[in-house]
Design a binder for this molecule. Structure first.
Ligand SMILES: *Cc1c(COP(=O)(O)O)cnc(C)c1O
Length: 365
């Protein structure tokens, strides 16, 4: 059977390491902030090239703690994309700040960097691009705008751990990078987890304290914080998965390139820029009559998903608490036609052949 994301094949391949790592935690018993937390933070910082890695309870918590460390207050504005998972805007709204949505590029579906500057006001504090589907946005252009206006850039890299932009790793492309270890992300654990990356010592210190209830030392709370630690057990799982992560990234690039080549001229797909890679958290195509295509594919044994059917400014809870800069017509249009195909490092050639055949028959090409 074709899986949308094949986590079982991955577990079978890594079973002995994962089981051993989990067992070690059960034996030493340091379930909170155990040695695996420190080990993982060291390895992930080295992998990305960022000076600091702070593991946290989830990708959402990573974004929230980052904004808290920057001292984001009610009324502050954060410029971001409406075409993303809800968590990107949620953390802004939780703090009483305002998500300001600018439109996306029609081919990559990432934030359109040429529209950002016009959305800046005296209240703007942060630009938060999302590396959607695993491909970083125009980070050089976005960093340049931020520098010019004294803003901070937080990369929502929940989908892009392992991707590169001009030879540098996602999560280390701006002042702050945040990722998620939700099981289906490119580097996943077996529950919730996430990490923040920064090379700023003061921010890292603030993030570490906010992660543990704003505690500077035991029972001395110098900031308002959260309960935002990542479990030792989940860190152990990620450590085991790191063993073959380079191979997985290579597979993701290979499978993505294969999809690109075989779909070229037949089905339009999310574009890739030549100066960066995508780790294809999702492999996404554009189709008309999406519901019918999805139904036909389902009948042929091919699971699909939609990321995302409703842009965030149209979500009921956000209609009044966000600001839309100009029109976000591209995001609205893409929401009607994006469809993601099965993707995982363990996807076989046979399954890919079946997926493509089913897609061609479902879209009449
Ligand atoms: C998954 C995701 C998040 C949230 O991560 P969690 O670990 O599920 O909290 C945030 N932003 C984007 C773009 C995501 O895809």
């Amino acid at each position: 059977m074709i899986q949308f994301i094949d986590l079982k094949a991955q577990y079978q391949a890594l079973k002995s390491s994962i089981d051993a790592r989990i067992h070690e935690v059960l034996e030493h018993g340091q379930y909170i902030m155990g040695p695996e937390v420190v080990e993982l933070e060291g390895k992930l910082a080295a992998y990305t090239g960022a000076k600091h890695c702070i593991t946290v309870a989830s990708g959402t918590e990573a974004l929230l703690i980052s904004l808290m460390a920057l001292g984001i207050k009610p009324g502050d504005e954060i410029i971001t994309t409406p075409f993303t998972f809800i968590a990107t805007a949620e953390v802004i709204a939780i703090l009483g700040a305002v998500p300001v949505f600018v439109d996306i590029e029609p081919d990559t579906c990432n934030i359109n960097s040429s529209l950002i500057e016009a959305a800046i006001t005296p209240k703007t504090r942060v630009i938060m691009p999302v590396s959607l589907y695993g491909q970083p946005a125009d980070m050089d252009a976005i960093n340049a705008i931020a520098d010019k206006h004294g803003l901070v850039v937080i990369e929502d890299a929940a989908q892009s751990f392992g991707a590169e932009y001009k030879g540098r790793k996602s999560c280390n492309l701006s002042s702050i990078g945040c990722t998620s270890f939700f099981p289906s992300k490119p580097l996943g654990c077996y529950g919730d987890g996430g990490a923040i990356f920064t090379s700023d010592d003061n921010l890292a210190k603030a993030m570490r304290e906010i992660r543990v209830h704003g505690q500077e030392k035991r029972y001395v709370h110098t900031r308002i914080g959260v309960g935002g630690r990542m479990d030792t057990l989940q860190c152990a799982v990620v450590l085991a998965k790191l063993e073959r992560f380079d191979w997985e990234v290579e597979q993701r690039l290979k499978i993505g390139a294969c999809y690109n080549e075989l779909l070229a001229g037949k089905v339009s797909v999310v574009a890739q820029r030549p100066d960066r890679t995508s780790v294809f958290a999702q492999y996404t195509v554009f189709v008309e009559n999406r519901e019918q295509v999805q139904e036909k594919l389902k009948a042929l044994g091919v699971p699909t998903a939609v990321h995302y059917p409703v842009p965030l400014h149209l979500q009921p809870a956000y209609q009044e608490s966000c600001r839309v800069h100009g029109a976000v017509a591209v995001a609205e249009e893409k929401a009607t036609c994006v469809m993601s195909l099965p993707m995982s490092p363990d996807l076989t050639e046979t399954h890919m052949g079946e997926i493509l055949q089913a897609l061609f028959s479902a879209t009449d090409v």
